[in-house]
Ligand binder design. Structure first.
Ligand code: PRP
Ligand code: MN
Ligand code: MG
Length: 180
C-alpha cells in the first residue's frame, strides 16, 4: 500500500502538530460549553479520534454518514444521507469534524440539515481545506492545512475505499489510476 504513494503531503508528525494546535484552540473556545462533536464518516474518523484527545473539555460525540464521491476521484454532486445521527441536535452547540472540504457540497448539506433541526451553534473543524475546489459557498472555522488541488489519500481519505488506514496524507502514483 505504501508503495502506491508518490509523495507524502502531511506526515504523521505534521498531523499530530495540527491536531495539537487545533485542540488547544478548541479547548479555549469550548471551555464553557459541552458541544456535540459530529464525525462525518468515513473520511473524518482518524482525524476526529485524534483531535478530540487534544481537547480538554466536556464533549459528546456522534456520527453521520453522507456520501458524494461514490468511490472515485470526482464529486458526484448529489449528497446522500447514509447514516443519521443518534442525538437530537436541537439547542446543541455542534462541532462538525471533516477530513477535507472540496466542492463544499457535503458541508452545505450538513449545515442546512443541522440548522433545520434547530442547532444552537454550528462550527466546522477540518483537517484539510481545498478552497480551489469550491462549487458552493462553505467555510470552515478551524483548518489544519490548506491543500493544493491534488487528489489526496490516507489518514481517513480513500481512493475506491482503500488507503484510509495510511497514517499520513499523500498523493497516489499516476500508475495506480492508469493500471485500472
Ligand atoms: C469526502 C470527504 C468529505 C467530502 C468533501 O467524503 O471525506 O466528506 O467528500 O467533498 P465536498 O466538499 O466536495 O463535498 P465522501 O463523500 O467521499 O465519503 P467518505 O468520507 O466516506 O470517503
Ligand atoms: Mn467524507
Ligand atoms: Mg470518499
Amino acid at each position: 500500500m505504501n508503495n502506491d504513494i508518490e509523495k507524502v503531503l502531511y506526515s504523521e508528525e505534521d498531523i499530530a502538530a495540527a491536531c495539537k494546535r487545533l485542540g488547544d484552540q478548541l479547548t479555549e473556545d469550548y471551555k464553557d460549553k459541552t458541544p456535540l462533536i459530529i464525525c462525518v464518516l468515513k473520511g473524518a474518523i482518524l482525524f476526529m479520534t485524534d483531535v478530540i484527545r487534544d481537547m480538554d473539555i466536556y464533549a459528546e460525540i456522534d456520527f453521520i454518514d453522507v456520501s458524494s464521491y461514490n468511490g472515485g476521484t470526482a464529486s458526484s454532486g448529489t449528497i446522500r444521507l447514509l447514516k443519521d445521527l443518534d442525538t437530537d441536535v436541537a439547542g446543541r452547540d455542534i462541532l462538525l469534524v471533516e477530513d477535507i472540504i472540496d466542492t463544499g457540497r457535503t458541508l452545505k448539506y450538513l449545515e442546512d440539515l443541522l440548522k433545520d433541526r434547530q442547532a444552537n451553534s454550528i462550527k466546522v473543524c477540518t483537517l484539510m481545506d481545498k478552497p480551489s475546489g469550491r462549487v458552493v459557498e462553505a467555510k470552515a472555522d478551524y483548518v489544519g492545512f490548506n491543500v493544493p488541488s491534488e487528489f489526496v489519500v490516507g489518514y481517513g481519505l480513500d481512493y475506491e475505499e482503500k488507503y484510509r488506514n495510511l497514517p499520513y496524507v499523500g498523493v497516489l502514483k499516476p500508475s495506480v489510476y492508469s493500471d485500472k
